[in-house]
Design a protein around this ligand. Structure first.
Ligand code: HEM
Length: 450
């Protein structure tokens, strides 16, 4: 099972060269179908039959062994949770003008924090994590944290580094007995400890809400959810009684994990590319100066900033943050491209290959934003570009993520020029591998422009 060991998406790419764009592998007790090409991924993921989630070992601890919440659920539970979460986050401001204000508030604090460290090495990651999470957290549970707040920084470390370092993306997924045979290798205990700490943190927030909850005075998403639990009479609903309370915990965990680390790590990649490709950084700043001058960035500016938009897309392509997406599974027996696919088959979409296929992109290793701009200076679309996946389970946070990426990237480059920190060795583009691909830790030097 070499594929699981080091570089899973590369190993799958290699298998794809021999076996084509759809092939089956067996991992432990699991039958796994790999989709290695954007056309087959798009065709499969638009079908209901492909929109399940597999039963994996880590669910035992993460979700109490049950497919609850939004990310790991399927069928009726998933539909109820996804519909409710999206509708209420939208009502509370997601994708609206109000959200832009929240993100801008975070940008201002980011700029102030970095300004205090100009000329000295700074690791942008934790600052970016707090800024990104705060915007979502404000509408979810009414709280935001100061950028130097150690409480949230510690929790972020648990969801980020600690979970990424455990092998829950590797052999453990498919060989659960490894926990007993090689506990040190799988770092199962670290995973359990980290997830327990995050659970406790979220439970405290829920308890505070329950204690101060007043009917018809909804403050945030948690209040909305508590109201839904109180009004649900259908015993089979995922909002009913104690099931509903557990669903709330898991849905919050889903938002916390899916909504925080993803966007901040993408921004971390963006600034890595900016220091490694200073000419791109200069071009983005030139566009910022021409379109914004000293005005604060607004989503309205986007249409007039094709190079900046193209640069953000190139960051999403080249970093391929979630290289194999989140695994799907089949919810029923189905036929696909003439193949019979049994129920409960695990489906892996190799998004990394979509973004790095040489036959499609010609020079995928180059960081070249121009590929996303047409000859008449308009955005150029690619079917193989799907950083947020596609189909029924496409990332519901895409528009929030895109807004955050634009406002924070532009806002920081408006104020600072970032360069390689000469006191450390030059950072590498080779990623740390986990469910998400993140840059190896690096520091930058920020110099003020305005
Ligand atoms: C650059 C940032 C982001 C990237 C690259 C990204 C990417 C992805 C990908 C590839 C998936 C898997 C979809 C599938 O199963 O086929 C996903 C799912 C998900 N994302 Fe994101 N995401 C980002 C930001 C966000 C944000 C900000 C939120 C929070 C609002 C979020 C919430 C979710 C949730 C809840 C799911 C599970 C959806 C489901 O199972 O139905 N993501 N994301």
């Amino acid at each position: 099972m070499p594929f699981l060991a080091i570089n899973p998406y590369k190993q799958l790419e290699k298998l794809g060269m021999t076996y084509g764009s759809i092939f089956t592998i067996f991992l432990g007790k699991y039958r796994v179908i790999v989709l290695n090409d954007h056309n087959v991924i798009r065709d499969a993921y638009k079908e209901d039959a492909f929109s399940g989630r597999p039963d994996l070992k880590m669910l035992e601890v993460r979700n109490g062994g049950i497919k609850r919440g939004l990310v790991c659920s399927q069928g009726r539970v998933w539909m109820e949770q996804r519909k409710f979460t999206l509708r209420h986050l939208k009502d509370l401001g997601l994708g609206k003008h109000a959200m832009e204000g929240l993100i801008r508030e975070e940008l201002n604090e980011l700029v102030d924090g970095i300004r205090k460290q100009t000329g000295t090495p700074v690791n942008l990651l934790t600052r970016l994590q707090l800024a990104v999470l705060n915007a979502l957290w404000k509408i979810t549970c009414g709280e935001r944290y100061h950028h130097d707040d150690n409480r949230l920084l510690n929790i972020l470390k648990k969801t980020g580094a600690d979970l990424a370092e455990t092998q829950y993306t590797g052999p453990l997924l498919f060989l659960p007995w490894l926990v007993h045979v090689a506990p040190m290798l799988t770092r199962w205990k670290t995973f359990v400890n980290s997830i327990t700490i995050v659970h406790q943190f979220l439970k405290r927030i829920i308890e505070t809400h329950k204690n101060s909850f007043r009917e018809n005075a909804v403050r945030d998403f948690i209040d909305d959810y508590l109201e839904e639990i109180a009004s649900t009479k259908d015993r089979n609903s995922s909002f009913y009684g104690s099931t509903g309370e557990h669903s709330l915990l898991i849905t919050l965990l889903d938002l916390f994990m899916a909504g925080g680390d993803t966007t901040s790590t993408t921004l971390y990649w963006a600034f890595l590319y900016m220091i490694l490709y200073p000419t791109v950084q200069k071009k983005v700043q030139k566009e910022i100066d021409t379109v914004l001058g000293k005005l604060p960035p607004s989503l309205e500016h986007r249409k007039r900033m094709p190079y900046t938009e193209a640069t953000i897309k190139e960051v999403l392509r080249k970093s391929s943050l979630v290289p194999l997406g989140l695994f799907h599974s089949t919810t029923e027996h189905t036929k696909f491209f003439g193949y019979d696919i049994p129920k409960d088959t695990v489906i892996i979409a190799n998004l990394h290959n979509c973004h790095n296929n040489r036959n499609y992109w010609t020079d995928p290793d180059n960081f070249r934003p121009e590929r996303f701009i047409s000859d008449d200076n308009l955005p150029k679309k690619y079917n193989a570009f799907m950083p947020f996946s596609t189909g029924k389970r496409v990332c519901p946070g895409e528009s929030l993520a895109r807004d955050e990426l634009f406002l924070l990237f532009v806002g920081l480059l408006q104020h600072f020029t970032f360069t390689v920190d000469p006191s450390n060795s030059k950072p590498t583009e080779r990623p740390k591998i986990g469910i998400v691909l993140s840059p190896k830790p690096f520091t930058v030097i920020a110099n003020e422009r305005l």
